[in-house]
Write a protein that binds this ligand. Structure first.
Ligand SMILES: CC(C)NC(=O)[C@H](Cc1c[nH]c2ccccc12)NC(=O)[C@H](CCCC/N=C(/NCCC(=O)O)S[C@H]1O[C@H](COP(=O)(O)OP(=O)(O)OC[C@H]2O[C@@H](n3cnc4c(N)ncnc43)[C@H](O)[C@@H]2O)[C@@H](O)[C@H]1O)NC(=O)OCc1ccccc1
Ligand SMILES: [Zn+2]
Length: 239
């Protein structure tokens, strides 16, 4: 008897216990301390590329200091136990990969990757991780220039008003159509189109469990809700 195919839909709350700030949490949330319009939009980068590049370098430097927690490890253990596992995340961190999951799809891009805004070229090692900047918030830094076309480099994340990467979005919808169960972890369910995936899963007849200490915008739509932090809720799945 084949083990069920599980899809994990994760948001910023999944990485909160590792020390990665969420976006909306009142005190620690990034959007309560920084203006998304001034930092996470194409217009912001055109207006002030040094401010935006500096801010993403600061976030990238922080990521180098955190580790996956028991919740990330639990999802990786479930995959090692022979379950087919797809992780579809809104997160730009690499904690699911570091925990050992192989099928991790980033709907909103990756913080530790950048690309040329003109020709799309990438560099290895990636300039966004090179000689991490002093971790002073708001440190301004000029984005590097592309060696291929001279264009400016930008963080390889999806900014507000930008379309999600086609391949990742199609993979997400296809995985929900093929899976047996869906577990949603740590999202407020406020950012579209990612926030529409749980209701798509239900429309496809897939049972949806949500793990979040607080009810979210998607809680009314799920089959089961565990008011728990990611580490506790996901570890409980191992029992
Ligand atoms: C704010 C919202 C209203 N805006 C949108 O949805 C917009 C569209 C839009 C504009 N106006 C609208 C009006 C109505 C509806 C939609 C819109 N969407 C877009 O712009 C998208 C792009 C959206 C992606 C933006 N990029 C990100 N990130 C990358 C960058 C970066 O990181 O800097 S979004 C970013 O914020 C989002 C944060 O949400 P969550 O992950 O849910 O985190 P949050 O902090 O909100 O909540 C944390 C949760 O965790 C819980 N929690 C806390 N601790 C724990 C714990 N320990 N364990 C478990 N859970 C925990 C908390 O209780 C809480 O529930 C994530 O998606 C994250 O990736 N693009 C697009 O629409 O393009 C069009 C288009 C289409 C075709 C062609 C051209 C254009
Ligand atoms: Zn280029």
């Amino acid at each position: 008897m084949d083990k069920p195919h599980l899809v994990f839909l994760t948001g910023a709350g999944m990485s909160a216990e590792s020390g990665v700030p969420t976006f909306r949490d009142a005190l620690t949330g990034l959007w309560s301390r920084f203006d998304a319009e001034a930092l996470a939009t194409p217009a912001a980068f055109r207006r002030d590329p040094e401010l935006v590049w500096g801010w993403y370098r600061w976030r990238a430097a922080q990521l180098l200091d955190v580790q996956p927690h028991a919740g990330h490890d639990a999802i990786a253990t479930i995959e090692r136990r022979g379950f087919k596992v797809d992780v579809i995340t809104q997160n730009v961190d690499d904690l699911h990969e570091r925990a050992g999951n192989r099928n991790v799809v980033h709907l909103h891009g990756k913080l530790l990757r950048s690309r040329c805004i003109d020709c799309g070229a990438r560099r290895d090692p990636d300039p966004i991780t090179l000689d991490p900047p002093s971790s002073r918030e708001g440190e301004r830094e000029a984005p590097p220039r592309c060696e291929v076309c001279g264009g400016q480099f930008r963080p390889d994340v999806v900014w507000f008003g930008e379309a999600l990467p086609q391949a990742e979005w199609e993979y997400a919808q296809d995985a929900l159509a093929r899976c047996d169960r869906v577990i949603v972890v740590g999202t407020s369910g406020l950012v579209q189109p990612a926030a529409s995936l749980p209701s798509l899963a239900r429309a496809l007849g897939k049972p949806v469990l949500e793990i979040n200490p607080q009810p979210s915008a998607i809680t009314p739509e799920v089959d089961a809700f565990w008011a728990l932090p990611a580490s506790t809720g996901l570890t409980r799945l191992l029992d």
